[in-house]
Design a protein around this ligand. Sequence first.
Ligand SMILES: Cc1cc2nc3c(=O)[nH]c(=O)nc-3n(C[C@H](O)[C@H](O)[C@H](O)COP(=O)(O)OP(=O)(O)OC[C@H]3O[C@@H](n4cnc5c(N)ncnc54)[C@H](O)[C@@H]3O)c2cc1C
Ligand code: FES
Ligand code: FES
Length: 1354
Amino acid sequence: MALAYPQPSDELVFFVNGRKVTERQADPEELLLYYLRKKHILSLNFAFEFFRLSGTKYGCGVGGCGACTVMISTYDPVAKQIQHHPANSCLLPICSLHGAAVTTVEGVGSIKARIHPIQERLAKCHGSQCGFCTPGMVMSIYALLRNHVRPSMEQIISALDGNLCRCTGYRPIIDSCMSFVGEPTCCQLRGTGQCCLDKEECVCTSSTEGQVSYIGFIYCLCNPEEFPSMDPTQEFIFPPELMRMAQEQQKTTLVFRGKRTTWISPPSLKELLELKAKYPNAPLVVGNTRLKKNHHDTYHPIILHPVRIPEMHVVSSTNNRLVIGAACCLAQLRNILMEAVAKLPQEKTKIYQALLQHLRTLAGEQIRSMASLGGHIVSRGSTWDLNPILSVGKSVLNLASEDGERQILLNDQFLAGCENADLKAKEVVVSVLIPYSLKDDFISAFRQAGSQKNAFSIVNSGMRVLFNPGTDTIVDLSILYGGIGSTTISARKSCKKLIGRQWNDQMLNEACRLVREEIFLPPSAQGGKVEYRRTLLVSFLFRFYLEVLHGLYQMYPFRYAELSQKRMSALGLLQSGVPQGVQIYQMRCDVDPGQSPQDPVGRPIMHQSGIKHATGEAVYIDDIRPVDGELSLAVVTSIKAHAKIISIDALEALQVPGVVDVVTARDIPGENGKDEQAYAEDKVICVGQIICAVVAESLTQAKCGAEKVKIVYEDLEPVLTIEDAIKHNSYITEEKKIEKGDIEKGFKSADEIIEGELHIGGQEHFYLETNSVLVIPRVEDKEMDVYVSTQHVTDVQELVASALNLQSNKIMCHVKRVGGAFGGKITKPSLFAVVAAVAANKTGCPVRFALERNMDMLITGGRHPFFGKYKVGLMNDGRIIAADFQCYINGGCTKDESELVIEYIVLKVDNAYNIPNLRVRGHACKTNLPSNTAFSGFGFPQAGLFMEMCIVAVATQTGLPHEKVREINMYKGVNLTSFKEEFNAENLWKCWEECLDKSDYYNRKAMVEEFNTKNYWKKKGIAIIPMKFSVGFNATYFHQAGALIHIYIDGSVLVTHGGIELGQGIHTKMLQIVSRELKIPLSYIHFCETSTTTVPNGKYTAASVGTEINARAVQDACQILWKRLDPIRRDNPNGRWEDWISEAHKQSISLSATGYFKGYVTDMNWDTQKGHAFPYFLFGVACSEVEIDCLTGAHKNIRTDIIMDACFSINPAIDIGQIEGAFIQGVGLYTLEEIYFSPEGEQLTLGPDTYKIPAICDIPEQFRVYLLPNSRNSIAIYSSKGMGEAGFFLGSSVFFAIRDAVAAARKERGLPLDFTLSSPLTAEQIRMACADVFTEMIPKDKPGTYKPWAINVS
Ligand SMILES: Cc1cc2nc3c(=O)[nH]c(=O)nc-3n(C[C@H](O)[C@H](O)[C@H](O)COP(=O)(O)OP(=O)(O)OC[C@H]3O[C@@H](n4cnc5c(N)ncnc54)[C@H](O)[C@@H]3O)c2cc1C
Ligand code: FES
Ligand code: FES
């Protein structure tokens, strides 16, 4: 195993939150995140013990989400400087921390000690919902502020590039950061002693020292005057001991020896080279950010850590180049290049500018601060962005080995790993020499990724041309592309042929032809998007051509012509600027002026756990400390989509040290799940289905055991796509149908009939907290506690009880909070709980089962992929008089929620439109994919998009403006839905008109059109989309809710109810309600947890009604208690609450009450096709504007205005947060998020590296939300409405704005306007729809003649 290294293991010394940590047996394979979360850290003298630092969260384990962010501080003994930087602790080996100080969120501030201003402001700005991403956000901002006391907005946005949030939509997080940019001013009334909250509408400004002007009409949801100021003197100082250590150990080799791996950190180049000669296969680990594939891939007996070697940190310049040490990180490289660009003449810095362009978008700040230049160059991933530029810039690598020094060119052959151009095994890269550019040099960098930032390139490129001085004759040309093959590749032959040519259109045509011939991307290429990638090759080339022409004109304006306006429009990148903080909230429907100041209802109260989220003290399932004898569980999942299980061989697994048992379906004493099996029995029906579980003393051992289980399958034919399912008649339920009017008659009287189709891809929930469960068997009576991250405790209880053959009264389920769910934690957590409970039952030990991100994404389904076919009969004036819809969803391998989803699609597909003759038929297809499940909007996001596509088709056919067709067909006045339910569309129209007005729609539409006439290669689009959203369920049963309230003798109140905190602020609202009903301050009231022991039989918290139905139960309990106190209050009307309670107790009045809400009366009769299917409707309208880049397909969200009929908002901060968060999730579904399945049915997108949810760069630059004034809802508590999901569909306004822009491009190019686009409308689709000479020139492959990398399952 490990090669012997003569030196004994050193003590690893670092500091965590100001305290010294000494590890005598440091394991080089241990990563900081897991160390912080799981380890008991002892001080040197064992005098005190750190507790587990669970504030640092696991979100993905691959550096892609930022939940694990910490700050690392180091001391450079030579420069005598302390440096701070953010880092992804999930990638950071602890051995790399010798001499460093680590700050975690607990070290920044805590409720126990002192809440840091960052934490407080984030919470007060409502920047956390589920709170799981919040510690990571805090740490990214903290690290920035430690380096820049007054950062610019650009720096703040850049600092948050690598942090994902699935809940908030980022706007409130940005708001909280803005407060650090300049002195915030609450409102115009500032200084008058009046808070802006007392006003109906006011202006919020905050100057940011000329960076951003933050001006708008805003109803402030927080009061910046309450923000504590930053006091840098309160921060930890860098430990002097570490400074001394750094000085003293400058010349010492450090060796940390683990069980399998030895980590060696040499102090000098000489020693490094000796080591490299001795251990030629040992990697040099600097940032450790190169993605690990699996356990075996990353195993190395010896690891060399070269960060203390001065030569590898060198930064020097001569008169023709910069030399940068290979161990410099990419953030340092950025700073060095920025300095060079500022100092040197522009003509010398063209390479540096090109590098800087990519350094702004490459990964997140954490990765940029960890990843080294040398690591980037040597690991040379095909999509690594800097290598093509370094290569065309003729960079040179300074190599060293024991045998001496030499230089090699960082060229295409090096990047391809050609033996004669590569490093030898004993060599290391010491530094990189990046030359200055020449006067007649032109260098450009290109990249197109799924998202603007923090996403790997789909294709990138570096291009350079050198001309004969003063001419446009090519002397030298280099073009390199990444993302096309397994390495970065060069169009070397093409470039050679073009030398000597003039830079003109003929040369461009020839270049395109040559490159197409030289660079071939096979149709089955990994990563798919083949035609798009081929198109990007030539599109980038064209842009380079124009950039150079433009550059020539700028250099020699008398010799070269200026670019035409048309061509100019191809230049320039589409990058979102800093989200401009114009936020407009109006809440005229807000608090009654007569309302008591103590009554919190209607006020923007901070999330009850907001501060705890920000300090990392909020406890999620995997943060619960291990209990005595606890085992970890890892599952073995099916690698086949459909197969018989012939055998399961666990012998080898059982021999792995630490493995306690292997659990299969045979170990289940009772029922194996309900609709879906928890453990597969004799057949598997999808890839990712759980077959067995390995329980072991540690997770590593359990995973190791799971890898050793051998399963033999016998293949069966799988059904994977909707098309397959239709062919095989494979359905989960019978057809769901609604018919209204006389459809045949309608079609007969129509002026025109049009037909079309729409495909909508699925969506991952991507809750930041993965599914987690901790099962603790009790000693007595077979009782069991189940701590689980679920939206449905009752289901967990029922399934676990039935699996263990117990009554439900033995199973106690507990949920404190869930780190995001969005529908994905309704059914699936019960299965995970059964898996763990069966293991706990078999072994008699507590069992923890926290899924890793890739497993969570593999096993659980998501939103249903959708396929719809429409036939629409229309009149020439734009009226739709008949429509026939066939809707299909891909349900996956079991029923789960698919029946309800298809029912909702059928019931809701009309959206805001009154189609007199309508037939909708819905089918839920059964396939061999992981079972799809509930997701925000429950089918409506698919149905609504489908309906709007029909509207667009009608507008295209009639030539009428889209908004006119919408208006013509929108429900008006009192109406009947397709299932004959009466409703009033008045508020729909109010929202519509208010949105037209607030968004200044018609003026902006005219401006968009004007822009489009002037810009051939960039187009803008604008769309306004109405929404009728039905809240709740189509059966009364789902709406019932219970609550239990205790008043203790001291007057304090404990509230519990059946609803679960998913981030939607349910408990915060509940406390507001109790406060109003019992007329006591919020500080008297506490919520502890949702549990089956306190409130039984709770329904799932979903469908936007979780809060209001539980609120009714809570209100009921409060009113019972209030009534019981009547006589006491009468006797002592001026008494205090505490007096009344004390007296009540003396009089033996029960101070505990349950409350119940029987549920909204809803029903749907599918036989008569009539019903009161949903409790009420909610209306909203959104207007979005975008800009697209026709050459690359990139887009940017310019502005969105949302009007929402929220009625009386119990907590406007929470409701607006819900609207914004859901909207951004919708933007994700419709424009970004792509799930890929292999032709064998295996999901290929299993983490944030391959599956992109919206990041901070994806939100609209201007994002405005208005709550419709003067609106009331008599059905829900306090006249409120459920806001959880409604905003989601409005994300489609971005889809239609993009479509509008694409249509403008197509119109100009003379292409048909009745084109089809599917969802998500990604860069690929946008580019390919803006067809032009470049899309025409690339080769097309006939479907069926090759095996694609991925299939379309919708
Ligand atoms: C979440 C995430 C997002 C990313 N996004 C992007 C992106 O958008 N664009 C992009 O271009 N890249 C991206 N990357 C890749 C990133 O640029 C590289 O992983 C990184 O630059 C590697 O540097 P490192 O110091 O971490 O290398 P390490 O992981 O430490 O080492 C990588 C390899 O390089 C070798 N090596 C390191 N230094 C030397 C040396 N001096 N001499 C010889 N061999 C050496 C090592 O032996 C090892 O084999 C991303 C990575 C992650 C994790
Ligand atoms: S857990 Fe480390 S970045 Fe996601
Ligand atoms: S609050 Fe950001 S992920 Fe939930």
